[in-house]
Design a protein around this ligand. Sequence first.
Ligand code: B12
Length: 324
Amino acid sequence: MPDYALMNQCIYDGKAKEVEQMTQAALAEGRTAQEILQDGLIAGMSVVGEDFKHNILYVPEVLIAARAMKAGMAVLKPLLSAKGATDTSSGRLLMGTVRGDLHDIGKNLVCMMAEGAGFIVKDIGVDQSVEKFAAAAEEFKPDIIGMSALLTTTMTYMKTVIDGFNVPGRDHIKMAIGGAPISQMFADEIGADGYGADASSAVDLFLYLVGKGEAPKASFKTGAAPVKTAPTAAQRGPNPVARFQVLYWQNLAAEIKAWDDFEEIKVALPQRFADRIDATAQRLGVTKGDDYIAQLRWSDEAERPGTPTEVAAALKAELEAASP
Ligand code: B12
């Protein structure tokens, strides 16, 4: 029996090689692709999604976990698409990122999870106009169109697409939307049939829209990580030492992690660090989701005297001083 708990943990930790090997091993053991996908990959990614929602994980870690899930998906994909071609599919989903927007990581994740849930998915990519959605729908005959937008300047284009589908012959197609700046309120405002805050809520929504699931509960990102009781000084002893790693995009710092036997602290760097990464990626033309994610890596583990909070705060101050 494959160790799915370990596989889930490897997804969570972003260990792509391990996930790929464990997926192959599980198949060799005779497990079905569907079982491995559900219990090994999606179950792991769902925890990532939940922790992201509660601010326990930040975006870069979600991306690294997604890369690990993708490594497993690549092994399963040929087997899953053979299955998806049968009449037992959940429904047909056409996905794209709207015009002017190049962000595709979230969309790709939604596509992966929807395929895992049995949908036949056609992904038309990024920067898609209403005309391109219409032409693809003509050919693919979807039950649902899923649109993604990550920029406040492009999210308004979703209404243009929805209006373009509000005509006889196309108005039976359900319109779902998502992306970081999207909310249920915005979905209501532009007349979308539904909104999903993350990939697992997206799948719940799609199943509901094709009449195969219950109405999803309103989903939203909650404000703060659950508070853990900090260990006492007595529990730690007189000379605490914490281990730490810094997450880099190329050579640009993105996040700090510090931990000891008692707790783990994550510290996001100020917004200007993320902006610098985005701008550099744009300048270098590293705009495709996979290429962008491939540039993320954790530094080797190291240790310093102090509690995780102290060590993370000191590192943050040093990185801020080095990159004003
Ligand atoms: C990675 C990234 C990039 C990469 C994109 C790589 C790629 N191919 O995707 C690159 C470097 C190319 C990039 C470029 C830019 N970016 Co950018 N980028 C990001 C970043 C760091 C992460 C986005 C991401 O992948 N999130 C992780 C995924 C998993 O989450 P998600 O996309 O939200 O998707 C989930 C849900 O929303 C939902 N979902 C998504 N789609 C759908 C669809 C449906 C139907 C449903 C139901 C659900 C659903 O499910 C997904 C999975 O859980 C964000 C910061 C952030 N915190 O979000 C900025 C961010 C989105 N970018 C931003 C900006 C400004 C830009 C640039 C203009 C920067 C520049 N200086 O040029 C350009 C714009 C390029 C363009 N025309 O699109 C801003 C947007 C600000 C705003 N409010 O408009 C952000 C918020 C950063 C910031 N400065 O604060 N970016």
